[in-house]
Design a protein around this ligand. Sequence first.
Ligand code: GTP
Ligand code: MG
Length: 331
Amino acid sequence: MSERRSNTWQRKKVNRPVSQDQSNSSIDVESSDVQNLTPFRAGYVAIVGQPNVGKSTLLNTLLQYKLSIVSPKPQTTRRQILGIVNRAHSQMIFFDTPGILEPSYRLQHTFVRAAHAAMKQADVQLFLLEPESSARAMDNEILHRLADTQRPIVIAINKIDKFEKGILLPLIAHLKDKPGVKEIVPVSALHGDGVAELAQALENYLPEHERFYPEDQITDHPERFLAAEIVREKVFLRYGEEIPYSTSVRVEEFIERPGHKDYVRAVIYVERESQKGILIGKGGSALKQVGKMAREELEALIERPVYLELFVTVKEKWRDRESELRNLGYV
Ligand SMILES: Nc1nc2c(ncn2[C@@H]2O[C@H](COP(=O)(O)OP(=O)(O)OP(=O)(O)O)[C@@H](O)[C@H]2O)c(=O)[nH]1
Ligand SMILES: [Mg+2]
């Protein structure tokens, strides 16, 4: 048995944008001259906004790849997720971030810190919001924070597929003169509408720079982390009430076994004994479903068969204990 060494996740098949396709053999001198004159841009873009506005969905659509976990429940993303988009004239390195909220326990403080840390590193800020929000004051607060970074702000108004077009105009009027705001692009992250325009708008504000990452790399997270995130997503999708929020997942072992399935051992932490019972379900049926869904997605991601074992452990009040948050890698 050899522990897998590859530390970062690289996509094997690179889907180049059509504009880079060299297969058409006719040579157009004029357009190749224009290409040479176009500066290459590379830099970091923080995707920030309130919980559940579609940040992770947008990252995945930009990447054309399911990297960041998504669920209908708010507070799905808990850490920065780095995703690299390579285009003909740019490399955009996105940070998906946890939704910014008014924290009420320690774990939630780490969400806000992670979002702020991404904002600090960004060359361009991508602020995502929904046309209708019950917490517009929080959007205004986030915009203030973004303006403080002195970086250009591009706003994407998401989920336009769900709303009447008429709702956009007053919102755009309200946002367009805010400090730092350069562009406002209505999008549907889910269906892809407006996303190409958004990518172009972001590219225009990136600094001229060569690539930071090789062209076939899509993230810098280890497979171990991605596996834990996949299990966590299935927990968010499978259970209701407080279970997803009381859960953390750590992959304790990830072993590549040539000629055999990879062995992955993941521990799901919960806060109380009663939650452990719910998580496991009658005769282990609920946990089995989670395991099956997670294994199938992990196998598709790493393109190898996997033997996934799930364990459930109680860590009392882990969400509010600094030492546990440290153990689980949140701080
Ligand atoms: N109708 C519609 N739904 C969307 C769109 N984008 C995202 N969603 C849905 O909104 C929900 C939340 O999406 P996420 O991508 O997890 O949102 P998020 O901002 O990353 O959420 P947190 O990680 O919790 O902060 C999911 O059910 C998505 O399918 C969109 O453009 N249209
Ligand atoms: Mg998210």
